[in-house]
Design a protein around this ligand. Sequence first.
Ligand code: ZN
Length: 177
Amino acid sequence: MVRQAYPKIDNRTSYRTSDLRRFIVAGLLAKGADLNLHVEVRHNRGTNCGGEAVVGRDGRQGRFLRLWLPRPGRAETTDDPLLDLARTLEHEIDHALGLTHRDMLPFRALRPTWHVGLLIRAEEPKPRLTVEERVRARAEHARKMLEVHERKLLREERLVRKWAARVRYYVRKGTPK
Ligand SMILES: [Zn+2]
């Protein structure tokens, strides 16, 4: 398994993880924040972005951010469609750096530029399988599962023989009273 590079992106949206990663890394670098953190990205029901960050709690501050994004096509579009997300990310990174609202610029006063030219594209729709392809995939899966369980069964049979022999040994030897 390939170890995921930092930041760890837990993408629960229908946007491309590679685009989200590029965007989040650009924001973190622009703010001089540590890349070693975990970012969870989810959808919300609205048209604006939202976010959460851990401030102050021992060891957790700066380690975790959560972003909420409208579904593809639902975001309020302006001439700068990623401005809302860039501001949201900056705001949460400020929290991750330990700032509270008292120390921070109001949201509308944030003027990020690092996001210009970046894209957050929706995931490409998966090609639909034909009936034949679906059947072939299921047959392949069934073959693999059979193999896995046959191996398991053989292993269990070996263990049964081993422990049965051990039991016979102690029976022959006679268990001490
Ligand atoms: Zn805040």
